[in-house]
Each structure stands twice: as structure tokens, then as C-alpha cells.
Design a protein around this ligand. Structure first.
Ligand code: HSE
Length: 429
């Protein structure tokens, strides 16, 4: 007997998934056990890049999740609702779920996994982070015996594409964004990508798996890339860094379980493995004990890449169904109940880069140094190379400092007569 799929959504990922399932030559033989039984779409009139037998495609998504014939629901429609309700109904009806929906999982994961555990079904989510990069299953299985110290990722292709072009062409954010939109690399409403929200969803999911607890998405600190300027990219290069939008989940210290989970543009040393990840590619660096550093790299989006992740989850479930091990595999399930404790951002210990525009007069650098010293902020470097109009441009990089202390120092510096503005404040990896 074949395993019957109900696929919700026939957009980019749904189409890629159907195409992969229909083209089985030289792929895993277990794919032959899979039957695309129903496909749910919003509109029957839209032209599609796949051919499906008459009667399989329907706009009645509720009927799919309630169909007793269907074993696995593949939710690739995206968005919060009706995706959440459809997933919950499928679970209630005893169906396993494969989803690519990072937004729904990062917000409703607690509700969805509680329901799945009660119903004895699995919710698989490899495609929700990193597109075609296998990172969820390695975190759940291959790396599961490690004590994870940090997960640091470039998990948003759109922003990495924009930052890479700003870096290589010396262009401004707005110009590259407009071009990326016309080329289809950025959405017409780019908010979720450029403001870091998509990356926040993804790091919440990775942190939950890596650190074995739930993550309250509202606790994830999130800054996007709109304020990154070509001036900062140039200074960063002079100082030996590239600027990347990083999603970071890290133990605050070795002896507490408190985490720092955050998304922000970051100065990354040019020698760091993540510094050379360019364009739309994603990469996730996992650091654990005893394994050390493991980096996953690949295409973070796209029909084929994401379909690879979706179909590997489907295959995993088919294997589980075929061997009758349903609900007996705690490594496939997501059973943690407690929430991870996440430290507020002002407790973060990090290095900072800050750029000041000041009057060009004696004693300004001295005053900056004095105020930083008062708040325990030690400076690694201070450079004054340029002018903008009549104003001197001073760039400082600090040693590790508590973010709260650094912000207090900045507030006092801001009130100095000689300070015109502080156009950039960025964290340094
Ligand atoms: N908008 C996402 C990105 C697509 O740019 O990476 C995959 O989640």
C-alpha cells in the first residue's frame, strides 16, 4: 500500500515538491511508495508548471486535512492562517505533517508540537530553515549528543545578496534593494527579509532544537540591515571585517543555561568561515562539545533546493510508517516542554563598532575615551580617517563589553557639544 500525501500549496515550493516526486529516476526507491493523493490550492485558474491527474487539485483545503485516506500532510502554502489551523486539524486527525513554514512554527510551535505529541504524530520541518541545507535533522540526530555552545547562521538569502552587492559594488542599500526587487531576489514588500524577521523565525527554530527548549519569539532581539551604509562596509573592510546579517543563538556563559538569541548586522572577521558566504547562499555554523565546529552551507531557498528538504522529510516519514515505528522515535519528535531563558540584549557581552560624526576640534577623541573608560568600555581601536562635510568621522572598535554599559556610555557621548551624530552602531563577532 502506498503512502498518500495531501499537499497544501502549489507555489514555488509545492511545485518543486511535486516535480521531484514525479521524477524518481536514480532517486531513493522508497519514493515509489508515495502517492500524491490531493493537492490544495487557492485558485484553480492559475497556470501551473506541473501536470496532475484530473480531480486531484482542489480549493477545499479543509477536505484534504480531514480526508481519512491521507497519511501525510505537506504544508507548503506559507503564512500564519489558515496554515496553523490546517496543520492542527491534520494532527488531530492523526496525520503526520511536513512543513516549510518557519513563520508558523516559530510562533505556534508550542501548540503544534504539543498537539503532535498528544496525537502520536510527527511534524517535520527541515525546509523551514536554510532551504535545501540539511540542518534540522543534523541538530535533532547527528549532533544530538553534543552540548551546543553556539549556532551562528546566515539564514536569509535576500539580505546576504544585498550586503554582498553593497560590498562588492560599493553601492547604497536602497539602490541594491530596488535592483534585487526587479531581479526577483527581494519581495516587493521586503520587510520580513530586510528587517531581520525571517532570520529571527529561523534562529528561534534552530535555537529550540540546539538548546532543547522552546523559544519565545518575542524574546529574540532583531535588527535588520536598513541602517547598514556603504561607509560602514568600507570602514569594516579597512579594519579586516565584512558585514553580515547574522542570526545567533549562544549560551551566555559555560555555567548558566541562559541564552542569547539575536539577529543583527555584524562585523565578521574576514578570516571567519561565515565571511566568505556570499550572494543568496546560506550557511549555519554549529559549535558544540565534543564535536567542535561544523558548518552547513548551501542554497537557502528556491524550488528544487527546498523540495529536496521537503521530500527528505516525507521519505523519513514513509520509512517510519513502513517500519511501524510511529511515535516510537524520540529523536524524530520534538518533545521538550520548557521555555529557554533568554537574556535581555543589554546583558550581551560583545565587541562593538561605532561611527561618530564630530566637530573637528582638540580633545574630542580624549573625551570619547574618558566617557568610555567611565563605563568600563575598553577600546581596541580608534581611527579618524575621513570627513563628511565639515565633520570629522571617528570609528571605534571596542573590546568585549556589556551592551548595557556601552549604551550608557553612548548616551553620555551623544550629549557632548562636539558630537554631531552617531550614524552607526554595529556588533562585532
Ligand atoms: N526570504 C527567504 C530568504 C527565503 O531570503 O532567505 C527562504 O526562507
Amino acid at each position: 500500500m502506498g503512502v498518500k500525501l495531501g499537499i497544501l500549496g502549489l507555489g514555488t515550493v509545492g511545485t518543486g515538491t511535486v516535480q521531484l516526486l514525479q521524477d524518481q529516476k536514480r532517486r531513493h526507491p522508497l519514493l515509489q511508495e508515495i502517492e500524491i493523493y490531493r493537492v490544495g490550492v487557492r485558485s484553480l485558474d492559475k497556470p501551473r508548471d506541473v501536470e496532475l491527474p484530473i480531480g486531484i487539485v482542489t480549493t477545499d483545503l479543509e477536505a484534504i486535512v480531514n480526508d481519512p485516506e491521507i497519511d501525510i500532510i505537506v504544508e507548503v502554502m506559507g503564512g500564519l492562517e489558515p496554515a496553523r489551523s490546517l496543520i492542527l486539524t491534520a494532527i488531530k486527525n492523526g496525520k503526520h505533517v511536513v512543513t516549510a513554514n518557519k513563520a508558523a512554527i516559530s510562533r505556534f510551535g508550542a501548540e503544534i508540537f504539543t498537539a503532535a505529541n498528544q496525537a502520536g504524530v510527527y511534524v517535520m520541518l527541515e525546509a523551514s530553515v536554510g532551504g535545501g541545507i540539511p540542518v534540522i535533522q543534523p541538530l535533532k540526530q547527528s549532533l544530538s549528543v553534543n552540548r551546543i555552545h553556539a549556532i551562528t547562521g546566515i539564514v536569509n538569502g535576500t539580505t546576504n545578496y544585498i550586503l554582498t552587492r553593497m560590498q562588492t559594488e560599493g553601492s547604497d542599500f536602497n539602490d541594491v534593494l530596488a535592483d534585487a526587487q526587479s531581479l526577483g531576489y527581494a519581495e516587493s514588500d521586503p520587510t520580513a527579509d530586510v528587517d531581520g524577521l525571517d532570520a529571527a523565525d529561523k534562529i528561534a527554530i534552530l535555537a529550540s532544537l540546539g538548546f532543547g527548549g522552546r523559544i519565545n519569539l518575542a524574546d529574540v532581539y532583531c535588527e535588520g540591515i536598513r541602517q547598514v551604509s556603504k561607509t560602514d562596509i568600507t570602514y569594516a573592510a579597512k579594519l579586516g571585517f565584512v558585514i553580515k546579517l547574522l542570526a545567533i543563538a549562544k549560551s551566555q556563559t559555560d555555567d548558566t543555561s541562559e541564552l542569547s538569541v539575536r539577529v543583527h548586522p555584524t562585523l565578521v572577521p574576514q578570516t571567519h568561515p561565515l565571511a566568505s558566504i556570499n550572494g543568496v547562499y546560506n550557511a549555519i555554523l554549529v559549535e558544540g562539545e565534543p564535536v567542535g565546529q561544523v558548518m552547513f552551507f548551501g542554497p537557502g531557498a528556491g524550488a528544487g533546493a527546498t523540495a529536496s528538504a521537503v521530500c527528505s522529510d516525507i521519505l523519513n516519514l514513509v520509512a517510519t510508517l513502513k517500519t511501524n515505528t510511529t511515535n516510537a522515535n524520540p529523536i524524530l519528535a520534538c518533545s521538550h516542554q520548557h521555555y529557554c531563558q533568554i537574556a535581555p540584549i543589554d546583558q550581551l557581552i560583545t565587541r562593538f563598532y561605532a561611527r561618530f560624526l564630530t566637530k573637528d576640534q582638540p580633545g574630542v577623541i580624549g573625551k570619547l575615551g574618558t566617557i568610555f573608560g567611565k563605563y568600563g568600555v575598553s577600546l581596541e581601536s580608534v581611527v579618524q580617517t575621513g570627513f563628511q562635510s565639515e565633520l570629522a568621522e571617528i570609528v571605534v572598535v571596542t573590546h568585549d563589553v556589556r551592551e548595557g554599559n556601552f549604551r550608557q556610555a553612548l548616551a553620555e557621548i551623544q550629549s557632548l557639544d562636539a558630537i554631531d551624530s552617531i550614524p552607526s552602531i554595529l556588533r562585532v563577532l
